[in-house]
Write a protein that binds this ligand. Structure first.
Ligand SMILES: C[S@@+](CC[C@H](N)C(=O)[O-])C[C@H]1O[C@@H](n2cnc3c(N)ncnc32)[C@H](O)[C@@H]1O
Length: 273
């Protein structure tokens, strides 16, 4: 069977775009090569490997777990089923963090690092920053470590911790977090890609805010005067998050909208003493 015929068959099952992504992955080629070699025969080991991937995707497995990669903020991140697949929405959090990071860098904390997409990106974009990436999952930290190495982010430290528990009295100019924020009974947890992602990265108590409460409550003891806390949250959680920040004494509390116009990140500044 030719490459073009294999693609035509696969796109009936999983759609054109994903069929091409998976075949490029199997053939280790780019899109231009795929277009130019449509009439080539697909060797049988590659045809078999492609068939397995199509079946797994048809059964619901996310493409990023099948290929082991996802692009985030212009960089390729390794992903495994131990980590949340980085979302484009989260680039807003990185953008807001970079805007607030002092020119001379400073200490940054990424709570719930997962693949490391947030903390590693900040470290890679700002060589003068020192970024501590925290996660409760040792398996997630292994992935974050691989991504830090991949992007030569030597200005990173990885730490296994239940939120702030292992941080002692360290203080940061910036704390960023994309914590679990889905209500534990939410039906979406049993649908689509979410079924395959770690529940510990997604669900957070009956209202989705259990971890957010802990992160906001613990931040004042770990922020330098004038430092910022920035958190990503659910599409309907901006009001609850800004209220938590105000109740904890934060100033300059705000919410920022993602490209779809949804208030997706909220933050505040710990008042200068
Ligand atoms: C929504 S994922 C975010 C991953 C990554 N930062 C991203 O944006 O793609 C939340 C992460 O928080 C971690 N986590 C959950 N509970 C935690 C806790 N108590 N302490 C530290 N990390 C925790 C999970 O293991 C998961 O990696």
């Amino acid at each position: 069977m030719t490459i073009a015929a294999a693609l035509a068959e696969a796109q009936q099952v999983i759609g054109r775009l994903e069929a091409r992504v998976l075949l490029r992955y199997v053939l280790r080629c780019d899109e231009a090569w795929l277009i130019a070699h449509g009439d080539d025969d697909l060797a049988s080991p590659q045809s078999a490997a492609f068939g397995v991937l199509i079946a797994r995707r048809a059964a619901g497995e996310p493409v990023a777990y099948l290929t082991g990669h996802r692009e985030f903020y212009g960089r390729e991140f390794v992903v495994t089923p131990a980590v949340l697949i980085p979302r484009p929405d989260t680039e807003l959090l990185v953008e807001l963090a970079l805007q607030r990071l002092p020119a001379n860098g400073g200490d940054v904390l990424d709570l719930g690092a997962g693949s490391g997409c947030i903390g590693v990106t900040i470290a890679a974009e700002r060589a003068q920053a020192r970024v501590t990436l925290v996660d409760a999952s040792a398996d997630a930290l292994d992935v974050a470590r691989e991504n830090a190495q991949r992007h030569a982010a030597a200005n990173t430290v990885l730490l296994r911790s239940d939120w702030y528990a292992a941080l002692g009295d360290a203080r940061y100019v910036l704390i960023v977090s994309n914590p679990p924020y889905i209500a534990s009974g939410d039906a979406h947890l049993q649908q689509g890609d979410l079924r395959f992602e770690p529940q510990s990265a997604l669900a957070s108590g009956t209202d989705g805010l259990a971890d957010m409460r802990r992160i906001v409550a613990g931040a004042p003891a770990h922020l330098a005067a004038g430092g910022w806390l920035l958190c990503e949250h659910g599409h309907d959680q901006a009001e609850a998050c800004t209220m938590l920040l105000q109740q904890s004494g934060f100033a300059e509390v705000f919410s920022a909208r993602d490209l779809a116009g949804i208030r997706r990140v909220s933050g505040g500044r710990w008042p200068p003493s």
